[in-house]
Design a binder for this molecule. Structure first.
Ligand SMILES: Cc1cc2nc3c(=O)[nH]c(=O)nc-3n(C[C@H](O)[C@H](O)[C@H](O)COP(=O)(O)O)c2cc1C
Length: 195
């Protein structure tokens, strides 16, 4: 039986990432976030309006989404529990500048996405940024001989929990090809049809 679950928040598994941005005080900076989704050429992120990251992104209109794996959990926490500090200096992470945006790509992250902001939409104390993806960068070991992304090899950190507490969860090695199940169901349906 299900019951009404009263909580301030319920995060059902969002990938952790470093938001990279140009920073008037420190040159370039990062902030940990878990609020992003991408559909085709669109990237949407959300951050607290008054935080350092959103203040800078509103000024410069560009950012990067950098996805770490579990080896970078310490850096994730350092960049997520320090506000308006120089988080490249604090974490020791290094960066390379984007090719299509004036924002940093975190070298240690296997996947990075360059984005140009198109719209800012406020929701209470939060701001959503609707952006255009202008370039994607992927570590070579995650690209196969046919230039396709090795989806079964990439393991982001998943952020899950409620108002009482939140966890980082890791992926296991299981995967299922999208469309394979519907294909099988349709084949079975066809076989079952009277000729
Ligand atoms: C795993 C994790 C996920 C986070 N996700 C978000 C988020 O989606 N939006 C947000 O505004 N802050 C998020 N934070 C909190 C910010 O990283 C934190 O407030 C940070 O100190 C803000 O720094 P800034 O003010 O320099 O941008 C997250 C922190 C952690 C550790």
């Amino acid at each position: 039986m299900k019951k009404t679950f009263d909580t301030r928040k319920l995060y059902f598994g969002f990938p952790v990432f470093f938001l990279g941005y140009k920073d008037d005080t420190y040159g370039y900076n990062i902030t940990t976030s878990s609020s992003a989704y991408s559909l085709g050429k669109m990237m949407v992120i959300a951050m607290r309006t008054k935080g350092g990251a959103m203040t800078q992104i509103k000024k410069h209109g560009q950012f990067t989404v950098n996805i770490p794996d579990q080896s970078l959990l310490k850096e994730v926490e350092v960049a997520g529990f320090n506000s308006r500090k120089d988080k490249f200096a604090l974490t020791g992470l290094t960066y390379t500048l984007g090719e299509t945006v004036d924002a940093p790509l975190v070298d240690a992250c296997p996947v990075s996405i360059e984005c140009v902001a198109e719209e800012f939409v406020e929701f209470g104390a939060l701001t959503n940024v609707i952006a255009r993806v202008t370039r994607r960068v992927v570590e070579e070991s995650l690209i196969d001989e046919e230039d396709a992304f090795k989806s079964d090899r990439f393991s982001p950190i998943s952020y899950i929990g409620d108002g009482a507490g939140r966890l980082y969860r890791y992926y296991n090695d299981e995967s299922v090809k999208m469309g394979s199940i519907i294909k099988q169901l349709r084949e079975e349906e066809e076989k079952a049809q009277p000729k």
